[in-house]
Each structure stands twice: as C-alpha cells, then as structure tokens.
Design a protein around this ligand. Structure first.
Ligand code: ASP
Length: 302
C-alpha cells in the first residue's frame, strides 16, 4: 500500500471510532453482503473484531468452526475454499498457520479475501490498527522511534509493522536475542539491538511481542526466567525509553514472560486496550474500502 492510501484508510477508521463510541453503531455499506470468517488458528481479538466490523457494516457474518469442519476429515484448504466460494460469499477473512496460504487461497476463489494473519509472514490489519493507535496517541507517526521487542523471528505482527512504520516515516528498532531475529533482519531497514537496555534508549513506542512457542521447533531461549530477565519489559527497563513512551502489545500477552503485569496494566503508559478498540474501527475501514470494489450484479459468476 502507498503511504497516502494508508493515511486515507486511517482517516476513514477515525470515523468508525466515532461511530463505535455512539449508541447506534450501525452502518449499511455491506448490507446484503456475506462475510465468512475462516480461522485455522486460534484468535480472540482479530476474529471477534472482524465479526463485529462486518455486522456493524450490515453484512451477514458467518464464522466457520474449523475444529468441527470437514478440514478435520482431511479436506484441503483449497477444497474448503472452493466449497465456501460456491456459496457466493462476498468476503472471506482468512487466518492460516502457513505463510502464503491466504494468498494461495485468494487466487482460487472469486470473492475478496482479507489476510487475518498467515504463518510468520504478515498480519496487515494488526499493523494498521497499531498505526492508528500510535497516531491518535502521539499525533503523528513520522519521526517517531518505535522499538519492536521479543520474538521477531516468528512474528507476522513485527513484519507487517516494519513495512508500515517504515513507509510512514517512523524509525524502527528490533530488540531481540540473536536466536529470535530473522536472518535477513539487516535488510529490513531497521536498527538492530540484542541488548534491550541499550535498544530502549530514546524510544517513543515500545511494542512487545509474545514468545510464540507454538511456532518453535527446538529451543530458542535458555529458560523463561532468563528470557524475562533480559527481554521482559518491566518498570526498570521501561525507564530507559523516553519518559512519555507508550507500551503496546498485539495480544495475547504472556504476563511474566515478555511483559510484567505492572507495566501492561499501567493505564498511563499502556495502549493495549486502545489497540483492541482501534482493531474494530480499522477492520471496518478495510471492509468499507473493499465494499466499494465489490461487483454490483452477477457477482461471483462461475
Ligand atoms: N495475535 C497476534 C497474531 O495472531 C500476535 C500473537 O499471536 O502473538 O499474530
């Protein structure tokens, strides 16, 4: 996405923040449309917010219960997608454990597809909601110093944020042990620190990442205790960032692993709840923009 397209989307999301805070939360841009959420990996925030977003825009929203679906009988991703496609949805929201799976699926169906997270690759709407949260808190994104800390290697959130923050003119720092940094990290246009105490100095935003043990084969950290000691965000480490620095986390949090409860729950410093709120607004903006490109008649013709 070009920077002006991102800014346009964030501006549109602002209107949905206002709508969501009112008593009547309904709009009608997706009236008559069908949205299917297809999540092959667990999700709380992303799935719920896409569901709310679709419903608030007037769509019929279905959540496919993957655990009790035919995927458990061996049906392939593509067969599942083709089956759903035959029911004429307008939008599929897809999360999958394999990087690239959502793109592959989007090439097989003739409805719109939104990536809700694919493997370790990308989580674009998370980066958008993070950008909206930062912009509303700091009044800008360009020129800020944003530290992304922790398990960068397995994080699609980190990858999407690096791209988006770079294109909006922020400076991005990655802070992680060498074992949790991608091999080509130096080609991502970021500064790299393996010492958290040095990396946090001067940061405006400290974005923490979950230790994603479900994606790890083998041992990446000596022990949770040691990881928290060196890379867990607590009061002392936060004091190294700017005095007005804010904390972010995409969730789910592992308290006592990458973040201490004392800082996670500090309402003056933590933006974690705002991130969740912005998630609904940003996903409404994405669906709204998409709705303008949906075919009017004879859609999904075979
Ligand atoms: N919820 C985010 C994701 O799906 C972050 C995480 O799981 O740690 O990537």
């Amino acid at each position: 996405m070009a920077p002006d397209e991102i800014v346009g989307l964030l501006d549109l999301a602002e209107t949905y923040v206002d709508l969501n805070r009112g008593a009547d939360k309904k709009a009608s841009v997706l009236r008559g449309r069908t949205q299917i959420n297809l999540f092959f990996e667990p999700s709380t925030r992303t799935q719920m917010s896409f569901e709310l977003a679709g419903k608030r825009l007037g769509a019929d929203v279905l959540n496919m219960a993957v655990a009790s679906s035919s995927t458990k009988k061996g049906e392939t991703l593509i067969d599942t997608a083709m089956t759903l496609n035959a029911m004429h949805p307008d939008v599929l929201i897809v999360r999958h454990h394999d990087s690239g799976a959502v793109k592959l699926l989007s090439e097989k169906v003739n409805c719109s597809v939104i990536n809700a997270g694919d493997g370790t690759h990308e989580h674009p709407t998370q980066a958008l909601l993070d950008a909206l949260t930062i912009r509303r808190t700091k009044g800008k994104i360009g020129g800020l110093l944003v530290a992304i800390c922790g398990d960068v290697l397995h994080s699609r959130v980190a990858r999407s944020n690096i791209h988006l923050l770079n294109s909006l003119g922020a400076r991005v720092r990655l802070i992680a042990p060498p074992t949790l940094l991608p091999s080509a990290a130096d080609r991502l246009g970021v500064e790299i620190f393996t010492d958290m105490k040095k990396g946090l100095i001067g940061c405006d935003i400290v974005m923490m990442l979950r230790l994603q043990t479900e994606r790890m084969q083998g041992s990446f950290v000596p022990s949770i205790r040691e990881y928290f000691h060196f890379f867990g965000l607590d009061r002392q480490k936060l004091a190294l960032a700017k005095p007005d620095a804010f904390i972010m986390h995409p969730g789910p949090m592992n308290r006592g692993v990458e973040i201490d409860s004392e800082v996670a729950d500090d309402i003056d410093r933590s933006l974690i709840r705002q991130q969740v709120e912005m998630g609904v607004a940003v996903r409404m903006a994405c669906l709204d923009v998409l709705s303008r490109n949906l075919p009017e008649a004879g859609r999904n013709a075979p």
